[in-house]
Write a protein of this length. Sequence first.
Length: 207
Amino acid sequence: ISMIYRTLVEKAIDKVLVEKQNLQLSKTLKTLKSTQEELHNTNRELRYISETDGLSKLYNRRKIEELLRTICERAKFHSETFSLILLDIDLIKKINDEYGHPVGDKVVIQIAANLKHNVRDEDAVGRWGGEEFLIICPNLDAESAAGLAERLRKDIQYNCSELERTVTCSFGVTKWIKGDTSATIVSRVDKALYQSKEGGRNCVTLL
């Protein structure tokens, strides 16, 4: 009887130990899962910070350049096309000088929000420079991109008139041509923008 009793006691003890181990393991797994979620959220936040312009909340220059190189490579090997839109806020220095840089920053923020709201879902928008923005338009021909730029031009002119002056933007547009690199297509769209600035501003030039 004592042997049977001892066996039963030992089994009961083993069962309690297993239950304790399972409980501890469950707690450990929950802790690990919580830690993984925290790491995932932290990494996502760090990635967002590394890719985003602090003022405009658009892609920063480094990220938009990376996306441009990627789409150039894809166009090169998969017979895809895309267009670029480069725009510049007209007379932003004058706005900064007359109203102060905080007001100039508000103009940048407002235009950035306008661009993000009005481009297509597949388009990528980034802050190219202090007052310049670059839009990558996948699978969009030059004429359609120019039409998009014209719509953006009109909408920005209407929505950014909170100052005593109307804020406008000049636009350059071009499409990817076989043999283009990210440097050559940027050079061409930059020339288109320059022509818009030289032509009186607040207009769209397609090259």
